[in-house]
Structures are given as structure tokens and as C-alpha cells.
Design a protein around this ligand. Structure first.
Ligand SMILES: NC(=O)C1=CN([C@@H]2O[C@H](COP(=O)(O)OP(=O)(O)OC[C@H]3O[C@@H](n4cnc5c(N)ncnc54)[C@H](O)[C@@H]3O)[C@@H](O)[C@H]2O)C=CC1
Ligand SMILES: O=C(CO)COP(=O)(O)O
Length: 336
């Protein structure tokens, strides 16, 4: 019998833990790494993650540790599930511990502030491994639904189709159906920008603007994501797939989405500080809206919804004023 695939998952938050379950259910030996020894011990003794996925029973072939060397040892796949803005610092500490041929897998949906690098670019920069050993998992994958083993499709993207297929087989279960894609740029942009559009839709929902507004924001949000993707060399078809439309629809319709909920609170009139204080988990769009806008400006792409979100979240613009400005833009063709 062949040896089971070994996976290390760095990040014991909601998606790191839920994706660890998927890998374990697909037959991998999984070790989760978490910063806090108490949480790792609780995962091992109670077979649950009481802080992030309370009540969800974790499989036997998944264990946790707070020792990064123990997690990384001999891993065929090293999965990264920490907040996008801390990845660079975290990974720099783990690089000396990584197994020599390991494939680095990003679960993260953000763009680094300042550098405007996508997560796979940060990984390449810090770990000094080629793009053929870096993969991305993305798509409509709300962690709590996956943890309940509710059905979902996903995308595993890697420049190497062969590596994408290896990862696809390592995470394929009866409830989790991954498709391969070699358009890493498009898949990552789809994931990062949908969080920003999720904030915009949440704000509109919080303001009570109705479902026509929601449909309009989702569609025009996808249009601006596609414009940015085209300017960055992505395949436009990716944005009508799971990493684009699929994830956007799930995020913008679900009360489980942290970005959508964050937006709802802002739209209802909470201040940024109040909203941050009631948000217990990572809402990537809050920071990445600035880096996405920065990317858009660097590539000369118009992203009015992203600009509106930056105005509301970071410049204190009242949502009603932002709405008036967005609706008051000059008339144009839908294709522009
Ligand atoms: N939760 C979800 O449904 C999904 C999340 N994602 C993406 O996965 C990534 C991780 O998100 P979640 O697991 O949901 O977030 P989370 O907020 O549930 O967990 C984040 C994890 O990172 C750890 N962490 C926080 N700051 C850290 C630091 N400075 N150094 C090291 N570790 C740190 C936390 O302790 C926690 O274990 C994000 O980029 C998110 O967009 C993608 C798909 C689904
Ligand atoms: O990316 C996600 C679903 O695919 C999770 O969205 P939130 O980060 O907004 O919760």
C-alpha cells in the first residue's frame, strides 16, 4: 500500500481547520499548526476547534501542534491559511523548516499592502521556490459550510497542471469537488476582489437598498474585477468560473461571509472601529481594498466600486454620499 499524502496546514482559523478536514477526509495525514499551544492541545484532546469551528468533530487523521518544525516535516503539501497581511513575516520563519520538495498552497484571498503582491507572489518572493511549486485553492468555500460537509466546488490553480492535479486528488472528497486551472493570476484576483465587492454589497444591504442594487453591484463588481484581470494578464474566462462569479455570489449572499457582514454593519451606521470590534475573524477586504485600488491605479484600470469601498472604509465617507457619487458617474457603455 502506498504511503498517505502528508499535509501541513499553517493556520488553525476557520478555513485552515475546515480545509484540513477536507484533506483528512480525502485520506491525507494532516498536521495543523497554530500559534497557541492551548488551542493545539484542545484540538488534539477534544477533536474539535472550540475557538473557530465549535461543535464540529474533526477526523482522527488530523492533529494539531504549535511547533512549526513538527508540522512542516516531510509534508507533500504545505498549506498556508494565515491573514494575507501577516503571511510574509510568518513564512519567513517557516522557510528553513519546509520539506525540500513540498508544494506551497495558498488558501488566502488578499493582496499585500504596499507591494501589491498576490499571495503566490509573496510565497515565491519569501520561499524562493518556482511558480510550479506554488498552488492556490479558491472558489465559493465558506468554511462553516465545508466543515458541515455541505457540497461545494472549488478551484486548485497552479502554473503546472500536473501539480494542480496532484493537489486536486489530495483534496477531492464526496462533498468537495475541486477543478484545476492554470490561470493563477485570475484565480487569485477573483478571490481577493470578491471580498471588496462583498463589502460593497454588505454596505448596500445594511442601507436597505434592495436586491436590484445587489445584482447591479455583483455584476459591475465582476466587470471591474475582469478589467483588472485583463490588464494583469489573466484569462477573462476565469472570472465567470468558480474563482470569480462563484465565489462572488456565495460571499455576497451569505450571512456567514465576514466581509459581507462587515459591510452590513457599516451600512447600518456602525463606525469602522465599532465594526472592527465586533468582527472576530479575518475580513480580508478591509485591508485589501486599498491594495486592490493601488493595483488598479498602477495598471490604469477604473474600479469605481473598489474606490467607493476605500472611501467608506478608510476615508470616513458616509455611505449615502458614496452612493450618490457612484450613481452620479457619467453614463457609459456596459462594455467599457
Ligand atoms: N473562512 C472562510 O470561509 C474562508 C477563508 N478564506 C481565506 O483564508 C484566509 C484565512 O482565513 P480564516 O481561516 O477564515 O481566518 P481566521 O480569522 O478564521 O483565522 C486566521 C488564523 O490566522 C492566525 N493568525 C492571525 N494573526 C496571525 C499572525 N500574526 N501570525 C500567525 N497567525 C496569525 C489566527 O490565529 C487564526 O488561526 C483568509 O485569507 C481568508 O480570506 C478563504 C476561503 C474561505
Ligand atoms: O472566501 C470566502 C468564501 O469563499 C469566505 O468569505 P469571508 O472571508 O467574507 O467570510
Amino acid at each position: 500500500m502506498s504511503k498517505p499524502v502528508k499535509a501541513a496546514v499553517f493556520g488553525t482559523g476557520s478555513w485552515g481547520t475546515a480545509f484540513g478536514m477536507v484533506l483528512a477526509d480525502a485520506g491525507c495525514d494532516v498536521t495543523l499548526w497554530g500559534r497557541r499551544g492551548e488551542l493545539a492541545a484542545a484540538v488534539n484532546s477534544t477533536r474539535t476547534n472550540p475557538d473557530y469551528l465549535p461543535g464540529v468533530e474533526l477526523p482522527e487523521n488530523l492533529r494539531a501542534t504549535s511547533d512549526p518544525a513538527e508540522a512542516a516535516a516531510d509534508a507533500d503539501f504545505t498549506v498556508l491559511a494565515v491573514p494575507s497581511q501577516t503571511l510574509r513575516g510568518n513564512l519567513a520563519e517557516w522557510v528553513p523548516l519546509l520539506a525540500p520538495e513540498t508544494v506551497l498552497v495558498s488558501l488566502m484571498k488578499g493582496v499585500e499592502l504596499g507591494s501589491t503582491m498576490r499571495m503566490s507572489e509573496v510565497i515565491e518572493d519569501v520561499a524562493k521556490v518556482g511558480a510550479d511549486r506554488i498552488a492556490v485553492v479558491t472558489g465559493p468555500n465558506l468554511a462553516r459550510e465545508i466543515a458541515a460537509r455541505m457540497p461545494a466546488a472549488a478551484v486548485v490553480a497552479c502554473r503546472s497542471e500536473a501539480v494542480a492535479q496532484r493537489l486536486q486528488s489530495a483534496c477531492h472528497t464526496p462533498y468537495f469537488r475541486p477543478y484545476t486551472n492554470t490561470d493563477v493570476v485570475g484565480c487569485e484576483l477573483g478571490g481577493a476582489v470578491k471580498n471588496v465587492i462583498g463589502l460593497a454589497v454588505g454596505i448596500a444591504d445594511g442601507m436597505g437598498l434592495g436586491d436590484n442594487a445587489k445584482g447591479s453591484l455583483i455584476t459591475r463588481g465582476l466587470a471591474e474585477t475582469t478589467r483588472l484581470g485583463l490588464a494583469m494578464g489573466a484569462d477573462p474566462m476565469t472570472f465567470s468560473g468558480l474563482a470569480g462569479l462563484g465565489d462572488l455570489v456565495a460571499t455576497c449572499s451569505s450571512p456567514l461571509s465576514r466581509n459581507h457582514t462587515f459591510g452590513i454593519n457599516l451600512g447600518k451606521g456602525m463606525t469602522l472601529q465599532e465594526t472592527i470590534s465586533v468582527t472576530k475573524q479575518t475580513a480580508e477586504g478591509v485591508k485589501s481594498c486599498e491594495s486592490v485600488l493601488d493595483l488598479a491605479r498602477r495598471h490604469g484600470v477604473d474600479m469605481p466600486i473598489t474606490e467607493t469601498v476605500v472611501g467608506i472604509v478608510h476615508e470616513g465617507k458616509p455611505p449615502v454620499v458614496a452612493l450618490k457619487e457612484l450613481m452620479g458617474r457619467s453614463a457609459k457603455s456596459e462594455r467599457r
